[in-house]
Each structure stands twice: as C-alpha cells, then as structure tokens.
Design a protein around this ligand. Structure first.
Ligand SMILES: C[S@@+](CC[C@H](N)C(=O)[O-])C[C@H]1O[C@@H](n2cnc3c(N)ncnc32)[C@H](O)[C@@H]1O
Length: 463
C-alpha cells in the first residue's frame, strides 16, 4: 500500500467485467477490500484476505488502472478465514458486512492496519495502532439501528455492495435483538422506500417507514469523481409505525432521550466507552470552558458540563434541529451546558469560542466527511489546551490531523475501537495538543492532502 501503482495505459478498450482472475491477495485497503495486482492493474478484491490465493470475478471495471472483484473461490485460505455467520454475506450478496469471513481478532488487525496506513499516507505519522473491542461478544447482535432497503415489489432487504439492488433478507445477524430479528422483516412493504428499526436501552423498538416523495427531489450538483447514483438523492417522508415517542439511553449514570429518527451511537457500549475516553483525554476541570462540535443530542456536552460545573461552560454546535431539541431536554438540569443550532464552520466556531472567552477544551465528532481545513484552523486559532477528535472515518481523521500538525500541534494519543464488528468501519479518538514548537516528526514523502473537501476515495491514487 505504500507503493503507488504505476500509471498504465487504459486496457485496450476491453473491459474485464465478468472475467475470472487467479490472484495472490495483498494488503488490506480502506473500504473493506484487499489489493491484488494483475497485468499491471490493481484489483480491489472483496471477500478475500491478505496472503490468500483466490479466484476472483471482476464485478466493476470502469477502465483505468484498477477494477473491482469478488473472491468467488478460495484456492489457498488464510488461517484467519472463518465460516461466515450470516447467510447473506457472500459475493453478490448483502453489501453491509465486509469481514464476515474473517476471525474477529483478524478483523481488528485489518482495521488497525488501515488506520495506521491512513495516518502514514495522509498525516505522515508512523504510529502503532491497536483496535480495541468494545465488548467480549462474537461480533453479532450489536447494531441498534438499521435502515433496511425495500425492493420494487415491497421485498425487505439490504443493498448489495456499490449497488441499488436489494438483497432480500429475513434477519440481520449483526442487528441487536428487536432489530436484526424484527417481526417487520417477515413481511413485504409495498410502497416503502426504506424501513428503519431502532432499539434503546430499555429494549423498546421503533419502526419508521420512509416513503419517496415523488414530486420533490433534492438535486445535488454532481461533483467531480462522484458516482452518478449520488448525484440526486430522493427526499423521503418519514412516518413512525410503532414504538414509543422517544428512545432512551443511560450513559455515565445520566439519562438521554432521542427522537425515534435521531442519531445515537449504534453499538450498545459505544456511548459509554467514548465518553469515558473523551473525559480521560480532556480531563475537564471545574470552571473550564469547552466546545462540543457536531454535538447531536448532547452526549459529550452533558458529560463535559457535569465536570466543569460551577463557573464552567460547555457550548455545543449542531446542525440538525431535531437533535438540538433533544439536546435541550437532555441538558435541562445542567445550567453550564447548551447546544445551539448552527452548522459547524469556521465562522460559527470562532463566534462560539469568542462567546466563551478563554477556551480550554474542544471535542468534535463530525460525520464521515470530517471537519476540514477551515474548521480545524478555527479550532486551533481559539487556542484550547486540548482537542479530542472522535472520528468514524480514518481517512478524514488523518487529513484533519495533518492540518493540525502543519499548524504545530501534536497528535498525543490515538485510540481505535471496534464499534462496528463484521464491517470495515472503525471508530478512532485522537487527542491533539499544542506542540512544543516545531511540527511532529513526519515521514518523508508523505502525501499532503490537497484541500479541505472530501477525502479522495482510496481508489483515487490508483487512477
Ligand atoms: C457522528 S454524529 C455525533 C453526535 C454526538 N456527538 C453523539 O455522539 O451522539 C455527528 C453529528 O453531526 C451533525 N452534523 C453533521 N454535519 C454537521 C455540520 N456541518 N454542522 C453541524 N452539525 C453537523 C449531525 O446532525 C450529527 O448529529
């Protein structure tokens, strides 16, 4: 992965789609696949493991120096290969779980390799990374919210990899009790676009029906390099079919209520472990001032506010009005805390920091796209003593860490958690502190991210 694929001429007009290739599989790459090479091209192979020899069928070939394939036969298996625990996770099957064929311990090693590789390539840092389990379970039954797809005839399922095709299912083994075995999965749902099921700490289950609004479509300008399927996203109407008016969770002895469609950390142990990790890293003291960016319904705001109580203050910024309303209720007994409706951008961060006066702590938990150069610059300009970055995408994290390193900050600690077993996803918590002068030592030749937009997909460097 350190090595760039040599630029090769486009294959002479001939697509490899459907071809079967015997491949020696190389290292894992970000996105749930491994890298193999054939005739000067890179092949991203799913359902394989590093070191295996597989027969792989090409599933996508847009020309250029890479294509995608599924391992359909394993000729020489890795010792890390195990029987899949889900009958829908196979080549051509459900695209949700990337690593059902991998032992849990090896899944964590693959994710650690990906995090380390992203930090090396995008931030120029060579760090040992360990991915810690959140529980001692078997990687199943953890996912407390699933958005199921509905096919044209109303059949319930999940989407195939990089496709709109719906793979019919009647259970989802990684779904938590009440979600993965929801009775709603036993019938068809004609007229629905998606069916969402979520469960809370009490075991209360909500079902939400999402229907396509035929009249209105939210057209998003197609950005360079984005696939067509992301160009226009349909607007959905949501109706609650069953369950209570709010989901309830308890973290650090505190109760939180979230509207049925609201964001909450999906793994049952995630909110508790992440808040513990954030608090230990930030070490908030009475009287301190903190910002909680991308605050959701106030999870980190609340635990920080409890610690800075008295003359301290915590201000959260969050774009989603529903989450802001939930946060208002969740923080009602914490006078030091508030979550304000605002997009996180350089202006809102600087204004919030100015309002707080001296800023001690920033916690940020952005969506997959990360925070970006301007937001990181605004955070650092406010001169907190510590920034704790909770990240669900290691590439976006690494890019943002690089911005901080370039400004003379240090990556003090990096923790990684297996919050999404059986999938390639991994949660990281990075702790940044002002450097003691001079940038943290960087690897020679590390690529510098070009801009603060989306991190280029892993495949971009093989173009
Ligand atoms: C990963 S969630 C984290 C929520 C919260 N920290 C928690 O753990 O429950 C990210 C949150 O960022 C919000 N968000 C996404 N983009 C945003 C933006 N540009 N400005 C403000 N909030 C945003 C989403 O609505 C969501 O609540």
């Amino acid at each position: 992965m350190e090595q760039r694929a040599q630029r090769q001429p486009e294959p002479a007009g001939e697509s490899w789609l459907g071809r079967r290739l015997e491949l020696l599989v190389g290292p894992v790459a970000h996105g749930g696949h491994c890298v193999a090479r054939q005739d000067g091209r890179v092949v991203f192979v799913r359902h394989a493991l590093p070191g295996e020899t597989v027969l792989a069928e090409v599933t996508e070939d847009r020309g250029g120096s890479f294509c995608r394939a599924d391992a359909v036969e394993v000729l020489q298996a890795s010792p890390d290969r195990v029987e899949r625990r889900c009958r829908y996770a196979h080549p051509g099957g459900c695209g949700g779980c990337d690593f059902q064929h991998v032992s849990l311990a090896a899944q964590r090693e693959l994710k650690a390799a990906v995090v380390a590789e992203q930090l090396s390539r995008l931030a120029g840092l060579r760090l040992p990374v360990t991915v810690q389990p959140l529980d001692d379970g078997d990687g199943l039954g953890w996912r407390r919210r699933v958005r199921f797809a509905v096919g044209p005839a109303g059949e319930i399922g999940l989407r195939a990899h990089r496709s709109h095709a719906v793979v019919p299912i009647s259970c989802c083994p990684i779904g938590a009790p009440g979600v993965g075995d929801a009775t709603a999965l036993q019938r068809d749902w004609p007229g629905l676009a998606e069916l969402e099921v979520a469960v809370d700490d009490r075991g209360e289950v909500v079902e939400l029906a999402h229907r396509l609004q035929r009249a209105r479509h939210q057209h998003r300008g197609r950005r360079r390099g984005t696939p067509d399927r992301r160009a226009a996203r349909p607007v959905l109407d949501t109706e609650q079919l069953s369950g209570p008016p709010e989901l309830r969770y308890t973290v650090a002895g505190r109760g939180f209520a979230v509207r049925p469609s609201g964001f909450w950390q999906t793994h049952p142990r995630a909110a508790e472990v992440f808040t513990e990790t954030v608090l230990r890293a930030a070490d908030p003291q009475p009287g301190e001032r903190a910002l909680d960016l991308y605050a959701g319904s106030g999870l980190f705001t609340a635990v920080l506010a409890a610690a800075v109580a008295g003359t301290g203050r915590v201000l959260g910024l969050e774009a989603d009005p529903g989450a802001v309303a939930d946060a208002g209720a969740n923080l009602a007994l914490l006078p030091a805390a508030a979550v304000r409706r605002a997009p996180v951008d350089a202006r809102s961060v600087s204004a919030a920091a100015g309002e707080l006066g001296a800023l001690d702590i920033v916690v940020l938990d952005p969506p997959r796209t990360g925070a970006g150069r301007e937001v990181i610059a605004a955070i650092l300009a406010a001169a907190p003593r510590v920034v704790v970055y909770v990240a669900c995408d290691p590439a976006a994290l690494a890019r943002d860490v690089r911005f901080a390193l370039d400004a003379g900050w240090q990556l003090d600690e990096l923790r990684a958690f297996d919050a999404f077993p059986m999938t390639h996803h991994v949660e990281c918590i990075a702790v940044l502190r002002p450097g003691s002068g001079g940038a943290q030592s960087l690897e020679a030749g590390a690529d510098r991210p070009r801009d603060a937009g989306d991190v280029a997909p892993e495949t971009a460097r093989y173009k």
